[in-house]
Design a protein around this ligand. Structure first.
Ligand code: GTP
Ligand code: MG
Length: 200
């Protein structure tokens, strides 16, 4: 799949009124600061479509982006931001689960983890949640540019072992060099096609 165009659709602070856009949606989830917004920019070939920041907790709304006039990417707030108050964290988590409960057009999820770190309890819970609700999920390890090529295999083994997924279920990617981007896009295309077939 080639991304020809991408644009911002809208932001929402609560999803109770959420009606969708009549197009398949792929949501991006992951810990705060893992690179969700950068991932969306990388796919879009744009620097400032989604707001990124070196400070965690940047994305506090649910943001929708239209890609190829054909599907919607959903930038969700990050979870597990240590400096946020319990109340704030709870609010973000309910925005994430609220989105999953409300969306009628969810084709799947891209879950991001940082290639340098062992996935956290929150990551494990997130993945369990996605499996429990049968939401097709692609796992992407971001910031691949931050490790040496010699470390790639062992990082993959650690992440897959912790998340209890097979090694070919995870794609290594860099939002900076675009390493792995085509593989991720191919998997996303599959999610969209499967969703359309199911709804046809
Ligand atoms: P929240 O909105 O706070 O949940 O964060 P986020 O997951 O949207 O992360 P964001 O895209 O804002 O990126 C966080 C930081 O990581 C920024 O400083 C990015 O430049 C950096 N970053 C993201 N992806 C990559 C990558 O693939 N490689 C490198 N080197 N840095 C990255
Ligand atoms: Mg963000």
């Amino acid at each position: 799949m080639e991304i020809k165009n991408a644009k911002f659709l809208k932001s929402e602070s609560g999803i109770s009124s959420y009606a969708g856009f009549g197009l398949p949606e792929i949501a991006v989830v992951g810990r705060s600061n893992v690179g969700k917004s950068s991932f969306i920019n990388c796919l879009a070939n744009q620097n400032k479509l989604a707001k990124t920041s070196s400070t965690p907790g940047r994305t506090r709304l649910v943001n929708y982006f239209l890609f190829n006039q054909n599907f919607v990417l959903v930038d969700l707030p990050g979870y597990g931001f240590a400096k946020a108050s319990k109340e704030e964290q709870g609010k973000w988590e309910s925005m994430i689960t609220g989105y999953f409960a409300e969306s009628d057009f969810l084709a799947g999820v891209v879950m991001l983890v940082d290639i340098r770190h062992t996935p956290t309890e929150k990551d494990k819970q997130m993945l369990e949640y996605l499996y429990t609700y049968n939401i097709p999920t692609i796992i992407v390890a971001t910031k691949q540019d931050k490790i040496k090529p010699s470390q790639m295999e062992s990082r993959k083994v650690d992440i897959c072992g912790t998340l209890k997924v097979a090694k070919d279920n995870i794609i290594l990617m860099s939002n900076q060099t675009r390493y792995g981007k085509d593989k991720v896009l191919a998997k996303m295309e599959q999610l969209i096609e499967n969703f359309k077939e199911e709804r046809a």
